[in-house]
Design a protein around this ligand. Structure first.
Ligand code: SF4
Length: 466
């Protein structure tokens, strides 16, 4: 038996073992929960979680709220509609060029927030019976260039079993990339053996999509496992889930992402928690997620910043969520806000302007000589094909038309309240002199979509625009 298999065997695998270790838990409740979704905590993580405390324990200890219906929450057994998008059981074909292939029902511990808890830990649900059909499906669909192996955790399979699946997929000429979704480097890093790496590296490119949620999970053992993967040519990318009481704090996540980078792992996704039945108590608001992203962008290196996404309920796929950095977009300019809240304008390239360059340069020079007041709207496309101009803070470029009332000086009623994100003449009023005189109500017309409610951060930036 290998070390990782011993750690699994020595861990908690039954409700009785769990209650013995955590006597505050009610055994009947644990039994009722584990009938739907098993309990398991391997010995490595049990020791780690007990030492670390609440953020790690919450991820693995059953909670009576798992049994609640959460009426009105929108939670469902299969929130991402994977079953309906599976032409073969356990093979989901949602996006044009890639498939998700579930090959293992087991994990090194069972995360209580698991999106796939309807079938993970259940050998009836994920087994080998459809594997040949799934691989045939991939072979007969030349558009599939990326195969994501998941489960459960594929690394719960023995090396030989995993190699058998991976080698058959690698033999399909149109499959370019194989990804393996695994929590093992975090959950049981002893699984990342030299033998495992040398067995699978023959089938590169294989990306390891790992799953760390909290900085305490990046232990010396986990770091060593990730480095071993990297040394054998497996890029590692982290997919964290935003979880209430676990990591819903910018400082916690920043520390996690920094530690991952030190282990040569790229923070790739930060998922908004899915609408999975029995996991409602882990969910945060999306505003909390956006607040965290605002606290990261610019304040640490871009390498440390993942994409914050919602996996759209019903199977719509991943949708990125971004703080509001674009305040306004028109054919002439884009007004943006940086990480400090400072506002800048970027002039769009104007079709057919090339012939005008000498005259434009001259006009720009004349404007500059005339002082800041002359340098605003009329000359904007002339001077700024190559510049991004800071709007606030220095008073040089005052854009008239305040608070959504009439834009009196040509630049689209520069507003200050609703309707950011690329619309112009926001908040239901007209920009009188600009190219965009159309009346837009609350920013819903024009280039933008219906705006989200403004935050204090938006209002501060908008104020600087006026
Ligand atoms: S490791 Fe992944 S598949 Fe397994 S229980 Fe956790 S979230 Fe679910």
């Amino acid at each position: 038996m290998e070390e990782w298999q011993k750690l699994l065997a020595e861990g908690i695998n039954t409700p009785a073992q769990l209650v013995k270790e955590f006597p505050h838990l009610d055994e009947q409740m644990v039994k009722a929960i584990s009938e739907n979704f098993r309990v398991r905590i391997n010995k490595y993580w049990l020791d780690l979680a007990k030492q670390s405390g609440a953020p790690l324990l919450k991820q693995i200890l059953p909670d009576e709220r798992e049994l609640r219906e959460d009426v009105g929450s929108g939670c469902a057994d299969d929130p991402l509609n994977e079953e309906a998008q599976s032409p073969i059981p356990n093979l989901t074909h949602r996006y044009p060029d890639r498939v998700l292939f579930l090959i293992s029902h087991q994990c090194a511990f069972y995360c209580r927030y698991c999106t796939r808890k309807r079938k993970v830990s259940d050998a009836e649900q994920i087994n080998r019976s459809n594997q040949t059909a799934a691989i045939e499906y991939i072979r007969s669909h030349p558009e599939i260039r990326d195969v994501i192996l998941s489960g459960g955790d594929p690394l719960m399979l023995r090396d030989e079993e995993l190699e058998s699946i991976v080698s058959r997929i690698r033999a399909i000429p149109h499959v370019e990339i194989i990804r393996i979704g695994t929590r093992m480097p975090c959950a049981l890093p002893q699984r990342i053996t030299e033998k495992f790496c040398t067995t699978l590296k023959k089938y590169h490119p294989i990306f390891m999509m790992v799953h760390f949620n909290h900085p305490d999970e990046v232990t010396p053992e986990a770091k060593e496992a990730m480095e071993r993967l990297s040394d054998h040519g497996f890029p590692t990318m982290n997919q964290a889930v935003l979880l209430k009481g676990v990591n819903d704090d910018p400082e916690v996540l920043k520390k996690l992402f920094h530690k991952l980078l030190m282990a040569r792992c790229r923070p790739y996704y930060l998922y908004q928690a899915d609408l999975t039945k029995g996991t409602n108590y882990f969910r945060t608001t999306t505003e909390k997620g956006l607040e965290i992203m605002r606290a990261l962008r610019g304040w640490t290196s871009g390498l440390a910043i993942p994409h914050y996404v919602i996996d759209a309920p019903g199977g719509g796929g991943k949708v990125p969520l971004l703080p509001r950095y674009v305040l306004r977009r028109t054919a002439k300019e884009t007004v943006v806000r940086n990480y400090r809240g400072d506002v800048y304008r970027y002039a769009e390239v104007q079709e057919g302007c090339e012939d005008m360059l000498p005259a434009m340069a001259a006009a720009a020079g004349a404007d500059a000589a005339a002082g800041p007041e002359a340098a605003v709207p009329g000359a904007l496309p002339v001077r700024s094909r190559m510049t991004v101009t800071k709007l606030n803070g220095n008073g040089k470029h005052r854009v008239n038309g305040t608070n959504g009332t009439n834009g009196t000086n040509g630049a689209h009623g520069a507003h200050g309240t609703n309707g950011t994100n690329g619309s112009h003449g926001a908040n239901g009023t007209n920009g009188t002199n600009g190219a965009h005189k159309t009346k837009h109500v609350n920013g819903s017309a024009g280039h933008g979509t219906a705006p989200a409610p403004l935050t204090a951060f938006d209002l501060a930036a908008a104020k600087r625009l006026t």
